[in-house]
Ligand binder design. Structure first.
Ligand code: G3P
Length: 215
């Protein structure tokens, strides 16, 4: 499973890249707005210079023509930009137009399996089921990942499933077990993935025993 960091913060992206296991980055308008008054395009270019893998950047237009125009501009910023487009009717049309032009899309705000099937037919590179937000309203986000995996495997769709809206390590574990192709994870949660209290206790004991013998 590929690991993307879900942030627009350059320092977090540098820290995640320094781990040596980072495959890409996802941003969205909310994450960009957290960074304050940044120049959107310059900021995206800076992210693309840190991470050579796919960097998702989202359109804000809601109609087909507007989405396609914004997508062309975003895709022109760097070779590794993937354009995020919402899973709406207009977004589906934009996905098809962009795929036909060779522009990669990440179809975002996916909440049900037929959205995922349709965007795969339209040539999406990635689909982003938002599992945390489904759990937030007492749904089962992981069930959506499993359903999309089954549909894509049944029909041989090549669109990659990107588990998004990950809130804690168990979301990442379950995404891996269910065969998500990618998980996009906040930096804080990526760091938690390497933590275990028994690792810390075991290491402390090893070092204490080592010191006894050396002493
Ligand atoms: O990648 C999508 C993600 O940023 C949404 O996460 O926590 O805002 O639901 P969240």
């Amino acid at each position: 499973m590929d690991i993307y960091v879900d942030t627009a913060n350059l320092e977090e992206i540098r820290q995640a890249a320094a781990l040596g296991v980072l495959d890409g980055v996802t941003t969205n308008p909310s994450l960009i707005s957290k960074e304050g008054e940044v120049d959107f395009h310059a900021h995206l270019k800076a992210i693309c210079e840190i991470v050579p893998g796919p960097v998702s950047a989202e359109v804000t237009a809601t109609d087909h023509d507007g989405m396609v125009a914004q997508a062309r501009t975003l895709a022109g910023l760097a070779e590794n930009i993937v354009v995020k487009v919402p899973c709406t009717v207009e977004g589906l049309r934009a996905c098809k137009s962009l795929s036909d032009k060779g522009i990669k899309t990440n179809m975002t705000l996916c909440f049900q399996p037929m959205q995922a099937l349709l965007v795969a037919k339209a040539g999406a590179f990635l689909v982003s089921p938002f599992i945390g937000r489904i759990d937030d309203i007492s749904g089962d986000g992981m069930e959506l990942i499993q359903q999309i995996r089954q549909i894509y495997d049944t029909y041989g769709f090549e669109t990659k499933i990107l588990s998004a809206s990950i809130r804690h390590p168990m979301h990442a574990v379950q995404s891996a077990l269910l065969g998500a192709d990618v998980a996009t994870i906040p930096y804080k949660v990526i760091a938690q993935l390497m933590n275990h209290p028994l690792t810390d206790i075991g290491l402390k004991k090893f070092l204490a025993d080592w010191e006894k013998i050396r002493g």
